[in-house]
Design a protein around this ligand. Structure first.
Ligand code: ADP
Ligand code: MG
Length: 584
């Protein structure tokens, strides 16, 4: 391996030359105990920054083994170290030193959610951080001195400050890893207890603002307190600090499988609770306020999303014969309506293996949710293709095992079908199942049941690989994420604004590449979408997210992927406008 001297000499030699000469620093250098791998050199100062890895042997990093002795703990420690590196970059470097992206140093650390990421790689032998770095230039000429400071000083300093036990905060690291471990421990107990979610007492669900994902602070935030009838106690893996000393279990509200209704007046916290359950499929950082709100990892948020594309979805359980005799057993649309898009979102979630659905009145199509007695009288069933969700939600659970948590402030027709009713009053949950049943008995809805045929199996669809085209211009594959909500896939855009459980742009980036990986390896026209998703998950479990480097032969080791769930990958495939599916 080349030495620090080699690197410095090369940089001095190319100082002042055209930017392309930076290619000479590609490769590996030993800088003290830090191995620097320059994997990719950007083409010019304004292009995407260069990719490099700084690796420190575990002997030198001396991270305690018990912080990464399981899959969950290693993921948590990796996520934590990425945050330490980000803090070190802010302290040490990352300033501009010339034109374009010159001098920028970036690490892909997370927000409030804790995700499996490629930013940090660690095992018994080493710990490595992957950085994106703008190699310095004045205009388009190499600034060799600046590059020397950046690569020989700042990057190793940042690696030491962010990755070695000597430099990071010990208590904070342990607390972080134990907290994530605890969350996964709680999550693992949900299924055996027939729960879909758990909200710990004391949790702070509201956020600072509509723009911010941080917790609302101060006296304004009403901490969560579980109602007696729904209170459960779940043991922790590691004790946590409570008001009355150390606790080895948490109490909170358990939301059981089946149909759960969240009711209550406007502005009493219903959507905030549901949002916490949506996000609860992921672990959260300590002090998020929702770190002990844990949901079944296969809960899927469902909403209306008019305008989306739908390909051969069997929505016949919800939507019968459409005007002009369109078939809803294989419903295709380039511009789905509110109700048809919501129906498609449900059957697609079930197809992908959802264990439960989360619905909010705020983002649902009204005519999809309910049809009351008066409307039944005015518009005869023969002229209304929709079988509303209220008619199917019971069946979804009883026959298909798919639970629902519904926020419904405006319609009591769901009282008849709910296993439990939670009313929010001034942000506090009250268990009101009995009361709601009594009311349902006293005030019949007079609504007639309209579901005529049973909700059959969701028929599997087989994506056709030739309908995916990632090419653009001269490039065979051009896939990029633009923020959390948009993937450009070849010359198509995949709009993910309605996919609310995608939380990080690095997940979105991973989704884009996962589609390509799936097309290349797992789709043959006969494999069902669900099987393709199984194989992707197995591939990530076995080989990690580096498999997503679809330009892997170039060995770029991208440090900016975060793991998406299968449901969000499915959602992106389902929204790609070119996609064609076959059904048996
Ligand atoms: P709903 O869906 O019942 O109309 P929201 O969940 O949208 O109500 O909440 C209304 C407002 O109250 C939001 O600004 C939200 O941040 C705030 N809020 C929600 N829960 C709490 C809480 N526990 N403490 C303080 N404010 C809260
Ligand atoms: Mg609301």
């Amino acid at each position: 391996m080349r030495t620090a001297d080699d690197l410095c000499q090369t940089l001095r030699r190319i100082d002042g030359r055209g930017y392309k000469a930076y290619r000479d620093v590609r490769g590996a250098f030993q800088l003290g105990d830090c191995e620097l791998h320059i994997d990719h050199v950007q083409g010019d100062p304004f292009a995407a920054p260069s990719r490099l890895r700084a690796r420190i042997p575990m002997e030198a990093a001396a991270l305690p083994v018990d912080l990464f002795d399981s899959r969950v703990r290693r993921m948590a420690l990796g996520d934590f170290l990425a945050r330490c590196v980000r803090a070190a970059i802010r302290r040490i470097g990352g300033g501009r030193r010339g034109s374009g992206k010159s001098g920028e140093i970036l690490v892909d650390a997370g927000g409030q959610e804790v995700l499996e990421r490629t930013a940090i790689v660690l095992d018994d032998r080493f710990v490595e951080v992957r950085l994106q770095v703008g190699l310095p230039a004045g205009g388009r000429r190499i600034l060799g001195r600046e590059a020397e400071d950046l690569l020989c000083e700042d990057v190793p300093d940042i690696a030491h400050a962010g990755l070695t036990w000597e430099k990071i905060a010990h208590e904070e690291a342990r607390r972080f890893v134990d907290c994530i471990d605890n969350q996964e421990h709680l999550r693992a107990q949900l299924r055996e207890r027939d729960l879909v979610a758990f909200v710990a007492d004391g949790s702070v669900l509201p956020r600072e603002s509509g723009e911010s994902d941080r917790p609302l602070r101060g006296d304004d935030a009403v901490p969560f307190a579980s109602p007696d009838a729904l209170r459960v106690t779940l043991p922790l893996a590691h004790p946590v600090e409570g008001a009355d000393g150390l606790r080895d279990a948490l109490t909170g509200m358990g939301i059981g499988r089946g149909v759960s209704l969240v009711a209550g007046g406007g502005y009493h916290g219903k959507s905030t609770l549901l949002r916490a359950l949506e996000r609860g499929v992921y672990p959260h950082v300590p002090d998020d306020g929702r770190e002990y709100v844990v949901s079944d990892p296969a809960l899927v948020k469902i909403r209306a999303e008019d305008g989306r594309r739908v390909e051969r979805a069997d929505i016949s359980a919800f939507i019968g014969d459409l005007p002009r005799g369109r078939d809803t057993r294989a419903f295709t649309s380039d511009d789905a309506s509110g109700s048809t898009s919501q129906a498609a979102n449900i059957v697609e979630a079930v197809e992908a293996g959802a264990s439960g659905l989360l619905l909010d009145e705020d983002t649902s199509a009204t005519n999809f949710m309910v049809r009351d007695a008066r409307m039944q009288a005015l518009v005869h069933k023969d002229h209304e293709p929709i079988t509303p969700f209220v008619e199917r939600v019971r069946e979804l659970f009883d026959v298909h095992g798919v639970s629902s948590v519904l926020v419904m402030g405006g319609c009591g027709d769901y009282f008849d079908v709910a296993d439990r009713v939670i009313v929010l009053r001034e942000f506090q949950p009250i268990e009101a199942t009995g009361e709601a049943r009594d009311i349902a008995r006293e005030h019949g809805t007079a609504r007639a049941s309209e579901a005529s045929t049973p909700f059959g199996e969701v028929s599997p669809r087989m994506p056709q690989p030739e309908s995916f085209d990632p090419s653009r211009g001269r490039r065979d594959v051009k896939i990029a994420a633009r923020g959390v909500d948009l993937i450009s896939y070849g010359s198509d855009d995949i709009v993910l604004r309605g996919v609310e459980q995608l939380v990080d742009a690095s997940q979105t980036r991973a989704v884009g590449n996962a589609i390509h990986l799936a097309v290349e390896r797992f789709m043959d026209g006969h494999t069902t979408l669900a099987e393709v998703l199984d194989r992707l998950d197995a591939c990530f479990d076995e080989h990690g997210l580096d498999e997503l480097d679809i330009y892997h032969r170039r060995g770029q080791h991208p440090g900016n992927f975060a793991r998406p769930r299968r449901f969000e990958i499915a959602a992106a495939i389902n929204r790609l406008r070119s996609v064609r599916m076959r059904t048996a």
